[in-house]
Design a protein around this ligand. Structure first.
Ligand SMILES: [Zn+2]
Length: 169
């Protein structure tokens, strides 16, 4: 499948997912609009094809695409990055690690204390605590976001499998 077809089909499946979510009452933890937004965002920006440095999803990051270069070196194409849920986790973890590093560099930069391992550890722990309390305060939003990302990836994997199957015919 071409990238454009991939996106259109992925988004159509996303509309179906969201419609089902809005109708089923048992998924009270999931907020349909957060789910849908995260699904769309993931289709364009967090696709499993970030494991290819010259893929369209990587290009969608514009000048920031460089941040995915190490990811494309760490994960081979259609390897772990394309494993259900694990692949999604790998990208989210990768982004979180980068964000933590940036926050740590920022904190160390404005820290009045001398830069040392213990001050880095202390700042790191504070940031982690902030992160977890933010997650707790917005639990349903976070769960909906994660579900949207995972659903978009699952649909991508399904389409990859379909296109491989069609190629073999
Ligand atoms: Zn793929």
């Amino acid at each position: 499948l071409l990238y454009k077809q991939h996106c259109i089909t992925n988004l159509s499946i996303g509309i179906l997912f969201t419609a089902c979510l809005s109708m089923i009452d048992c998924t009270r933890n999931i907020i349909p609009w957060v789910f849908a937004s995260s699904y769309v965002l993931s289709t364009f920006l967090l696709s499993p094809d970030l494991d290819l440095h010259h893929s369209s999803p990587t290009q969608n990051w514009g000048f920031l695409k460089m941040i995915w270069w190490p990811y494309s070196k760490l994960f081979k194409h259609r390897g772990l990055s394309h494993a259900p849920l694990l692949g999604t986790g790998s990208r989210l973890l990768y982004l979180c690690t980068l964000a933590c590093l940036c926050a740590l560099i920022y904190d160390l930069g404005k820290s009045v204390h001398e830069i040392s391992w213990s001050s880095a550890q202390m700042l790191g722990t504070t940031r982690m605590e902030e992160f977890f309390s933010l997650f707790k305060r917005h639990e349903n939003q976070c769960i909906s976001f994660l579900a949207g990302t995972a659903a978009s990836d699952l649909s991508h994997l399904f389409l990859d499998a379909v296109s491989s199957f069609l190629k073999r015919l």
